[in-house]
Design a protein around this ligand. Sequence first.
Ligand code: FSO
Ligand code: SF4
Length: 543
Amino acid sequence: MFCYQCQETAGCKGCTQMGVCGKNPEVAAMQDLLVYVTKGLSAVTTRLRAEGKKVSQDVNHMATLNLFITITNANFDEEAIIKRIFATLEKKRELLKEVSDTSSLHEAAFWDSNDRSEFAHKAAVVGVLATENEDVRSLRELVIYGLKGLSAYSKHANALLQDNEDVDAFLQRALAYTLDDSLTVDELVALVLETGKFGVDGMALLDKANTTAYGNPEITKVNIGVGTRPGILISGHDLRDMEMLLKQTEGTGVDVYTHSEMLPANYYPAFKKYSHFVGNYGNAWWKQKEEFESFNGPILMTTNCIVPPKDSYKDRIYTTGSAGFPGCKHIAGDIGQEKDFSEIIEHAKRCAPPTEIETGEIIGGFAHNQVFALADKVVDAVKSGAIKKFIVMGGCDGRAKSRNYYTDFAKALPKDTVILTAGCAKFKYNKLPLGDIGGIPRVLDAGQCNDSYSLAVIALKLKEIFGLDDINDLPIVYNIAWYEQKAVIVLLALLYLGVKNIHLGPTLPAFLSPNVAKVLVENFGIAGIGTVEDDLKLFFGDD
Ligand code: FSO
Ligand code: SF4
């Protein structure tokens, strides 16, 4: 196997024996093949569109779910992945018949097999290392990882019956381009930026889907303690699953708690009305081994990040959507269908209530609409000098000890600074007593990693209010933590919006070749992180 798509990749180079995430070589191979057949499908759909033919939403959804399944920590179930490969090949076979001119289509458009014993052999020659030139490989993978993140966000919007054909058409076109040996390095760099553009569109689509369905996030104090009744813990990012779970648990005597990236569900008006929605339990994804144990009840994983479960609680894990783990029950349900969570609810009734691990409250809900409502206050604080700078510290959390940097950095920040965050990175500092500035909390949490879109919208609004020409003239600096491929699309979206000098940590991606890293450094000022002391000097000078 060879996989280097996430920040925790072995030795900052690549996982070759076994994934640090727990992905084994067999699953890695089937994920490589699923990406390859999705590229083939995309080559066919891209040709169909060029011929003026329509591609159905079902096919768009197939492409996005396939990529989503291959995101870090989402799906470890080899059999489920093999089923997706067969379904994709079948769909590709059908669509290929509709293509008038198949000349010059890549081999991936034609590759087919009804025999799963051929899959491992094919997977071995179509993985990441199939591209020999390391710069071309780096750029192709940068695009593919961005597209994986975009697929995840698209899928969540699709679940709320929102689609954007332009985003899907781009996604498939870009994926097909990663097969194309005639593309120059400059063309691939342009494709990277175009991916960022569609990243903005994809996040905007999801923002619209979420806020249309559930209202605008609002300032909320979230309980982090526990109740006395059995509970279900819901993790991942899918708000439609959250809605179905809340509805189906109502009046059953079972409470609902969010975990990790589902925390922001607490900020939505539509979810607040459920009195059995108790609050958030625990921290970021990587602490689940301890926290799932002490939760005592069943856990529903709606997306990544799954840590291979311990036997002691494995029978309490359920997956749905893109998520999967062998031996854990998967709850089916396509877009537009009501999922049946009754088995999880019955399971919860047999369990003890959660063991309390924390008490108190955390505050969040600072997505664009809420921040705009506070705009006068924020602008006054900036004008008066009460707020000197905003630091965007969104992104992901992870196991690496080096990530304690973010806790130390947050603690050491000057008291006249405000952290803007989104994604699970916040768990490194959202329980610190950082206080407020004239009533404005010093950590403003917009929501999930996709709500980084809100941070961009806020930045653009501030630029307008202050009458600036350049987003980089705002008193905002970027010190972002990344882990998996959703963070890649967020990064590409920020680059597309013209944001410069983003610091990315705790390490730079292994998939950036030295030359590609140089392009990012020279054109966008991308940099890694140093020590807290050095970085504070860098960001704040002698202020
Ligand atoms: Fe975190 Fe996992 Fe949301 Fe990621 S829970 S790491 S960037 O899936 O998507 O922030
Ligand atoms: Fe390794 Fe990350 Fe790939 Fe898992 S997703 S195999 S940890 S690079």
